[in-house]
Write a new protein. Sequence first.
Lengths: 560, 513
Amino acid sequence: MYNHILSIILFTPLAGAVLLLFVPKENKGAIRWIANIFALGGFLISLPLVPWFWALRFDPGFKFVEGTANNWIPSIGAGYVLGIDGISFLLIMLTTLLGWISILSSWTAIENRVKEYYIWFLVLQTGMLGVFMALDFFLFFVFWEAMLVPMYLLIGIWGGPRKLYAAIKFFLYTLAGSVLMLLGILFLYFHHHALTQVYTFSIPELYKTAPQIYSDYGPYAATLLFLSFFFAFAIKVPMFPFHTWLPDAHVEAPTAGSVILAGVLLKMGTYGFIRFSLPFFPDVLTHGKVRFWVMVLSIIAIIYGALVSLMQKDMKKLVAYSSVSHLGFCTLGIFALSPLGLEGSVIQQINHGISTGALFLIVGILYERRHTREIAEYGGISNVMPLYATITMIMFLSSMGLPLLNGFVGEFSILQGTFMQKEIAGHPGWFWTAWAVPGVILAAAYLLWLYQRVFFGTVTNPKNEKLHDLTPREVATFVPLIIMAFWIGLYPKPFFQILEQPVNNLVATMHSQSTAGNVNAAAQPAMPDMPEMAMPDAATAGAPAAGGHAPQTPEPKGKH
Amino acid sequence: MGAFYQLSSTDYVLALPIILLALFALGILLIDLMLPADQKWANALTAFVGLLFSAKAVYNLQHWLAGSGGSYGMMRTLLVDHVAIYFFYLFLAATAIAILMSVRYLETVHENHGEYYALLLMSVAGMMCMAAGYDIVLIFIGLELMAISTYVLVGFLRRDRRSNEAALKYLLLGAFSSGIFAYGLSLLYGLTGSTNLGVIGDALYGLMQHPQYRPILVVALLTTLTGLLFKIAAIPFHQWAPDAYEGAPTSITGFMSVAVKAAGWAMLLRILIGSPIRFGGLMFLRSLWLPVLVFVSIATMTGANFAALTQTNTKRLLAYSSIAHVGYMLLGLVAGTAVELNSDGIKGILIYLLVYTFMNLGAFGVITSLRRRHVIGDELDDLNGLYSRSPVEAVLMLVFLLSLAGIPPLAGFWGKYFIFLSLIESGHYTLAALGVLYSVFGLYYYLKMANAMFMRQPEKGEETLPVSYSMRLALGLTGFATLFIGIMPNRFIELVNWALNLSQNTNMAKLIR
């Protein structure tokens, strides 16, 4: 079991989906039970990973690696290779947890075509886990695209009134980004072959050669290549100009779909940035204008998302736009390229999964009772649903980043990590931080105002007088999220420890690659030095170890 | 050789798959006379047996030729190489599945005649001549045999005006393009003094060194290309396809969209490249036909994808989608430089044709099964709520559609993968980006069909769809193949490598001598 834990986690949901195929569709009770058992099982079976991973958290490279290169399609050099590091470990745990919670939350929400619903949901779960586990670029791409299909069906079949439009828009938008990424992957594949005479999609192998593209093909080609990946990830995140699919998809999706969409799907974009964009193209980021524009887009997303949230009349849309804002923080932390910012960014991704997932559940619970999400329809809900109001308050506070709750830890680390950087794309770190901070305030504004309008005061709408409070099943969906929110908020040290090795390694790799392969350093601003404070144990973790993606000694250029 | 050439047993062995098919076709015509009206299904059985016999002959050939790259026969008009064997299998598989899909359909439309199956086998015999011919006369005869059989098949619904109109249109345009094609071939013969593709290729290589021959070479090339591009329905020679596809019996539409198209591709590869073991034909005019193909492929992808957007008839929609697929496949020929082919591009075309056979036949199979007593079933609205009427078919159709759109891990992805791989490999980044974006574009109209199946309600009650056993078998086979090739493509990639002899000569397409 220890050696195949990742495969077991990956295929448990799929096994549930296959089993469900054989249950007659009239037997809704059995279908719900089986789906929930497999979803809970998928979470429980991922729990042993926690102590096992904890023991290895400072080891370099990828852990629990399964499969060898070329074992799947030898003729093109693709393999079924899985492996995780601290970043993917946290995201996998988030995925299994949220998968279980969203399946549990659908018990009464989904009444028609129950069987299909759970089948597609479980398939989706496998697809998402695969994205975070794949160590083979080809395998990654297959999961990345295959996962769109169940999500498209979930939105399209069980969604709201404009579901057809939202589903197609979601599918086309995200596919458009990822096909360009395929071309980028193929370019890396041939570049790797040109340098080593080996055709492979292995990600650790590509880490060694991809950074040389900057010196081999020049800044222009490298930037285009960076963009081919950037669009795929930026659409998924979504960053500012590419975000238009998100409100539609979120609003139309069923509650559980929104939870997974916000909680996990969006993280694939940020995960892609961390896993691929940074280590593949260090020079593109440290030279030239690309990083400046990415930072600007992050800031715009933070402010714009928050402002648009403030204006919403529909609760779900408000939460959807708040995602844009929160993910803006995550990309800000990533492209600040400081260890603390990156750690904060990953933790903020987890936080966003927890709190925004919970916010969608909260909206879903009201919607299930009243079938409307208009804020104006509500008021004084805390009088009729006190338990619900309490839980909502906790999750709102967590989402807006109140100290002692999880959101604070992530946002603070991101802002601190950005602040500490002496220079990011021609401007000091504090300059970017100053632009991002209003987002925190605006978050408090739109959430507290929403809370005030929905929960405080007297019950103004007679339809709301008879609403019943949370059922035990509904409470059960929130309990793990609240526990996690407090845990990260009160004692985030384990999370930072888990992230320490991969993040420091990543920053060190980028540092060494970009200074070594620097062809036109004179014309470009110098690489910002890592602030001492932000990199507490660079001596242990930053050293280029013999791990999976340890920095390679830069090879002499001009092999072509 | 010479005037008193005696055919040896080798000649017959090489031609055996073709001869068997022709014999069975004639046999069906005879047996049909003796069959009572309610036992016409026996014709399908006979045709099936004929395909099996032919497949066995191909199998024997495959093993016989395993050591060598291929063998000439019939006075060097036939060159059975690995590519030809690959195409033989492809034609046989596509026809077998098409026959499975036809049985019930023909009963429903009351046109259950033996000629149908005889014509199918005849056209496959023609296709084999096109794939294995190494002589422009044999190729042309094969083409005409196939084309005339399909003209009749398109018009097989005698009482249906759409079917008649389609057949007439197809016949007129087809005859016209054949004429132009024959003119191009005659120019080639006049220029080179031979009908053998190998000799033609060598002579053209010589002529290319003399600039004064350029104009006549261009004329010969363009006229030949017109005929070739017409058969694969590339824009601007595509106008017949939507009409013929819409009017033809649906089972024949499926057959035409895969087998006839694959035969067109086999002929195109034969004439433009020759054989992997012996280049010939117009191979050495590559610097001349390359720009033409770039233009045609861009025009095809653009025109077909835009035209497909607005279609409300599923057969027409799939017709335009199949034209768009031709555009992607042509990119595989474009990959490479002016003097060198990219072997991955050719590999991509062969894999594309393989996966396309299964997924497109599957999609047409689902539409065929929608045909009922009074409902033609080829409008987009006929798919409405298919999921609640027949969940298995709807899910299979979803698989076929997503595969056509090129979503991994389904078979259709692999065709596109190798095409775009070859473009990246040979540095055509803009074309690759254009191609992938058009494939996203294409997803829209496939999703329109998926939306109708899964997200709309059926219009006339919740009637379940009767699906015959042979149709179930056909859909099962195509669905299984689409999934299996998608997830486990390695053996099929190796099969194509074998077909192209890539293990022996990795540098298959060096034009510099």
